[in-house]
Design a protein around this ligand. Sequence first.
Ligand code: F6R
Length: 258
Amino acid sequence: MEIVVQPDGAAVCRLAADLVAALVAARPSAVLGLATGHTMVGVYEELVRRHGGGLSFRAVRSFNLDEYLGVPPEHPGSFHSFMAMHLLRHVDLPPAQARILDGLTADVPAECEAFEREIAAAGGIDLQVLGIGGDGHIGFNEPSSSLASRTRIKTLTAQTRTANAAAFGGEGQVPRHVLTMGVGTILDARRCVLLAIGERKAAAVAAAAEGAVTAMVPASALQLHPAVTLIADEAAASRLARRAYYDEVYAGKPEWQR
Ligand code: F6R
């Protein structure tokens, strides 16, 4: 895993946007795996700014990691609303090419299987952008998720419901169930970028990058992926034991690899 520490959250978001923008510029029909959440707000702000500077998403296809079950797309807490508000309303990515799981589906297994089939039909995900939960989740794969899991229903932990309470007007209003790409689905992406901002993520970041690979820290499964970049700010990186080494590796990265 490549580990890159940036001075602050804004720099994390800029670097993540650089990676997405470079891919889209080089391959206009790239398939992106997208995330939601606080961490992603700054990344989308950057991408919208770059769209203003000429970056086009017209031929891009995107697949979002997850959606709340039973929440209509127009609900302000839904990830449909999040994506519209922070990205899709502001760039030229056609709505029909931006796939988000249907939280109102009457047939959960069929919706999850269709989602997996659509990713495969698109040729797989070129770049999956990920945030990390304070409990080590990626997507909404909470601790104990199978590291081979595919898209399916999951139950949120109390910790995750608390973290997402604001969008629903209180913890009691946060749905218990979600649809999420599985850990195995995420690992199929050709490249993954894991973003972490803030002290609240420090323990999960250290466990994911330096701990054992375990279903108790689903993000640790990324250690099994050959092309992962973890971008963390100083606070989120504060518990990494090998920090000096990661800085040395990044500073000495050959130009041809950048
Ligand atoms: C969201 C998602 C989650 C978040 C994670 C971090 O689509 O899949 O894994 O990335 O919960 O959320 P924030 O960025 O709000 O701390």
